[in-house]
Design a protein around this ligand. Structure first.
Ligand code: SAM
Length: 319
């Protein structure tokens, strides 16, 4: 019910689809009639019902832990109830761009030679790409391709892998429109046996997506420790495999669109406790805040541009 209400008021998802999903989910609890009735009544009286700017305690607790500065957390709570601005990134540097010579607002249509991406995503690659001295990079969770495309536009030769055909299809569609070709393979990174090692690896791991709360307001109520622990398990396995695949003196960037400590600080902590040959590097970005083991995008730094999603990034070197 909480997820449905959040979606009614803060998402573009059609009301009937929200009700259907809720009714489906409540069948397990044999509460489908109740849920159906209550939600339909709410839709009927939606204009009369005020949705208070209520911030869920579990969401707040986690955010306050990472963003201890009041000005940042206040801004995040404000932006929680505002639809995000969308951006498009140019494949080439352009002098009339809003930010970083590449970023434009996405108005009605996507410009030729541009692709849609959150500005935080752009900042992540902008701040880490210089670590990758070897321009042959493997992006092990690449689809739908936001980061691979950006890396390619920065002169990288990207080997893009992903285990999901549906996601790869989206990546191919993006590449076709942009007239770019990348080496793409449908591979389960955790199972595949690689025949060589790499000096440059990007691991944009699957996660809870808590940092995308402006686009997916339901994540604010879906926080569930057991699901996040499951993500952490996968992230650890992927990090282990990435370290195995990395040459000595090679660089690995670990990225997630989450600010939950389990998926960010703690994951890296476990890795460096276990692998004494892994060194964490400092990132130079005035749009991020440094925390133990890595950096979080600071959305307040993008206030003039309507904020950003929150990403965590850590750059590791195998020494
Ligand atoms: C956060 S998304 C990647 C977003 C992408 N890097 C971008 O910037 O557009 C995570 C991706 O990891 C893929 N994935 C999950 N488990 C995987 C695995 N075992 N092997 C390869 N890809 C996997 C998912 O299919 C999903 O496309």
């Amino acid at each position: 019910m909480k997820i449905s209400l959040t979606l009614f008021y803060f998402s573009n998802k059609p009301h009937h689809a929200i009700v259907n999903d809720s009714v489906e989910a409540s069948k397990k609890l044999k509460k489908e009639k109740l849920v159906n009735g209550v939600l339909r009544n709410i839709i009927r009286d939606k204009r009369e019902i005020k949705y208070g700017k209520y911030i869920y305690p579990s969401f707040k607790k986690i955010l306050d832990k990472i963003f201890s500065s009041k000005s940042i957390s206040d801004y995040i709570y404000e932006s929680l109830f505002v639809k995000p601005k969308n951006y498009q990134i140019s494949l080439f540097d352009r002098n009339d761009a809003l930010y970083g010579k590449r970023v434009y607002k996405l108005e009605k249509k996507i410009f030729k030679e541009c692709f849609v991406q959150d500005i935080g995503n752009f900042e992540v690659i902008k701040s880490v790409y210089k670590f990758f001295i070897d321009k042959n990079i493997i992006d092990v969770c690449a689809a739908p391709g936001g980061k691979s495309i950006l890396l390619s536009s920065l002169g990288f030769n990207v080997f893009a892998i992903d285990k999901s055909q549906r996601q790869i299809d989206k990546l191919k569609e993006n590449l076709k429109r942009l007239n770019i070709s990348l080496n793409i393979k449908k591979i389960d990174f955790l199972i595949h046996k690689f025949s060589k090692k790499y000096n440059s690896i990007l691991l944009d791991a699957p996660c809870s997506a808590l940092g995308t709360f402006r686009r997916n307001p339901d994540v604010t109520v879906k926080i569930d420790q057991s699901i996040i622990k499951k993500h952490q398990k996968t992230q650890l396995k992927m990090l282990e495999k990435s370290i195995e695949l990395l040459n000595k003196q090679g660089f690995l960037a670990y990225v997630v669109c989450s600010f939950h400590p389990f998926e960010t600080i703690d994951v890296i902590d476990k890795v460096i406790q276990k692998h004494k040959n892994i060194k964490i590097h400092n990132i130079h970005s005035d749009k991020m805040i440094k925390r133990q083991n890595g950096y979080f995008i600071n959305p307040l730094k993008f206030k003039d541009m309507g904020g950003s999603d929150i990403f965590f990034v850590s750059v590791l070197e195998k020494i």
